[in-house]
Design a protein around this ligand. Structure first.
Ligand code: ATP
Ligand code: MG
Length: 183
């Protein structure tokens, strides 16, 4: 499975619909300070189910919605869609009957988040599980925030272990065990 496209609409500084094509290999995003490079990475994290406002540099989840500027009004919702190539059919069961997947998350002020996969309503947990099993996801060590390297160097051993577990791809198993214990 790999990412092929990221679409943003009303997400943080991306007030107008924006599309980023992600080809195989290396994709670089360059631009001046404050142009939205980190916001792009946060959009990727967010559509995969990130629910900690602090991870999005906000104080509440609705802070991801375009807040308005002097010349443009605030938006009522934000939407991010992530397209995936699943021609290797490595998506987890339940998501594995098509070659292409599109995961969408939309947040509406006062109404919270709604997720879809290929247009069908799904739960946040389904999306988090999809990516946890693919050893990517909102907490993936493949997504390195600004300042994260120095945090890791200063982290407690337990926190550092969680990063290694993510990298080894076993955190999906932990999530499944946790779910099984709740039943
Ligand atoms: P740097 O090179 O300094 O790391 P960057 O390209 O990573 O910069 P970002 O941090 O992604 O830039 O973008 C910050 C910009 O996004 C700021 O101008 C900020 O005002 C804007 N921004 C963040 N959240 C919102 C929001 N909810 N509504 C409107 N604009 C927002
Ligand atoms: Mg940045």
């Amino acid at each position: 499975m790999h990412f092929t496209r990221l679409r943003l609409n009303g997400f943080k500084s991306f007030v107008d619909p924006t599309e980023l094509v992600i080809r195989e290999g290396l994709t670089g995003v360059v631009g001046p300070n404050g142009c939205g490079k980190s916001n792009l990475l946060e959009a990727l994290r967010w559509v995969m189910g990130e629910n900690r406002p602090t991870a999005m540099r906000g104080s509440g989840m609705e802070d991801v919605v375009f807040a308005g500027t002097k010349s443009r009004g605030a938006r009522a919702f934000a939407e991010v869609a992530l397209s995936l190539d699943n021609s290797d059919r490595l998506a987890p069961a339940g998501f594995n009957d098509t070659d292409a997947l599109e995961v969408t998350r939309r947040i509406t002020r006062d109404a919270g988040s709604a997720y879809k996969v290929n247009g069908k309503d799904v739960r946040a947990r389904d999306v988090q599980m999809l990516f946890a099993d693919a050893s990517t996801g909102a907490h993936s060590p493949a997504l390195v925030r600004q300042g994260q390297i120095s945090e890791l160097i200063n982290a407690k051993p337990k926190a550092r272990r969680r990063v290694l577990e993510e990298a080894a791809g076993i955190s999906g198993l932990y999530q499944r065990r946790h779910e099984a214990e709740l039943r």
